[in-house]
Write a protein that binds this ligand. Structure first.
Ligand code: NAD
Ligand code: MG
Length: 356
């Protein structure tokens, strides 16, 4: 079984890649007396009973199933989890287990962060995107006025990633997670990017071994960054590469209309183009663009999307302030930098980008 160690200021834990090991769960969670398993409808119907039986060998398991999709990251579902946990008499010696993608991980993690001022939780990720969301300790829910606006840092006690579970994901969900794999490669590892670029088939339809390799590489990169900057005071911001425009596209189009990864892919291409224009970097933008296209990433910056209409969404970015927009650019593959644009500058560059 592959293993990646994550060491942050607040805690240390392992990410195990392979079949869930009971011994490792027991050890990291310090023999919990009760387990609350949280999953979404889709994932629970596929793997819920199996995981419940497995965890049942450690302690009694209560299950709570939420709706599938982003809507579950709501106050209502959060409140429902807390009520359920109180009714079932969970306490500080209990543990929460999140079985699902980033939605379940963020929601269950936030419940764990706040129930009785914080109880341990483990992540059992079932999407490729979750190689990103399950590591690093950001948990939270959405507010109608903004995504991920309510949350807490709460590191998991352990992450148990069985690539077998990913076999039932749709091609679109694999591609969404793949965008974050590519992001990790672009900001930190030129050789890994070369490996990805050498085989579009592995990117579009990875086999189990390829998936396990990508998950491990992605997590190693994320763990390395988060270990140095747990609370995003500095270099953790590099993980936002492609996200300034990506988030704006998601918000402009309406959440759920485009996957996070497809939006981020567009954002990464724009950031790569900007890096060449503004920093004089040589990222071989044309090759990148063709490669993204060959991997079936869509091109959402279509002419109908007016720059002046979605630019305001870029200004709403958590990193924006005083009319400035801060973006992550690349001096070269593996060398990210923060770069600040005025609204006017960025608007002119976006218009130029779309004409090219
Ligand atoms: P998701 O959890 O909604 O999963 C996507 C869809 O796939 C859902 O419909 C789900 O039911 C289904 N699904 C999950 N696993 C499956 C499987 N094995 N087989 C078949 N279907 C399956 O979405 P996601 O893309 O995993 O995560 C997105 C969320 O992650 C967003 O809310 C985002 O804000 C969050 N996120 C958090 C962090 C963080 O650091 N905490 C980082 C990145 C993203
Ligand atoms: Mg992301």
């Amino acid at each position: 079984m592959e293993q990646v160690a994550v060491k942050t200021t607040s805690s240390s834990y392992n990410v195990y890649i392979g079949p869930v090991s009971l011994g490792a769960v027991k050890e990291c969670a310090e023999n919990p007396k009760k387990i609350l398993l949280i999953s979404d409808k889709t994932v629970y119907s596929l793997y819920g009973e199996q995981v419940k039986t497995l965890l049942g060998e450690i302690a009694p398991v209560e299950c709570l199933v939420v709706e599938s999709g982003e809507e579950a990251k709501s106050f209502e579902e959060y409140y429902r989890i807390l009520t359920f946990a109180l009714e079932k008499e969970l306490d500080r010696s209990s543990m929460i287990a999140a079985l699902g993608g980033g939605v379940v991980g963020d929601l269950a993690g936030f419940a764990a962060a706040t129930f009785m001022r914080g109880i341990p939780f483990i992540q059992i990720p079932t999407t490729l995107l979750a190689h990103d969301s399950a590591v690093g300790g950001k948990t939270g829910i959405n507010h109608p006025l903004g995504k991920n606006m309510i949350g807490a840092f709460h590191q998991p006690a352990g992450v148990f990633y069985d690539p077998q579970y990913l076999q039932t994901l749709s091609g679109g969900e694999i591609r969404s997670g793949m965008a974050e794999v590519i992001k990790h490669a672009m900001i930190a590892d030129p050789l890994f990017l070369e490996w990805l670029q050498s085989d579009s088939k592995a990117v579009m339809a990875p086999d189990g071994q390829q998936l396990a390799y990508m998950i491990k590489k992605g997590i190693e990169i994320k763990a390395q960054i988060v270990s140095q900057d747990e609370k995003e005071k500095g270099i953790r911001a590099y993980l936002n590469f492609g996200h300034t425009l990506g988030h704006a596209i998601e918000a402009y189009m309406g959440y759920g209309r485009i996957t996070h990864g497809d939006a981020v892919a567009s954002g990464m291409l724009f950031a790569a183009w900007l890096s060449e224009k503004v920093l004089g970097a040589d990222l071989n933008y044309t090759r990148l663009k063709e490669w993204f296209h060959s991997c079936s990433f869509p091109q959402p910056l279509v002419p109908e999307m007016k720059t002046e209409e979605f630019l305001p969404f870029m200004l709403k970015d958590k990193k924006a302030g005083a009319g400035k927009i801060i973006m992550v650019l690349l001096e070269r593959i593996g060398a990210p930098v923060l770069y600040s644009f005025s609204r006017e500058e960025l608007q002119a560059l976006l218009d130029r980008y779309r004409k090219e």
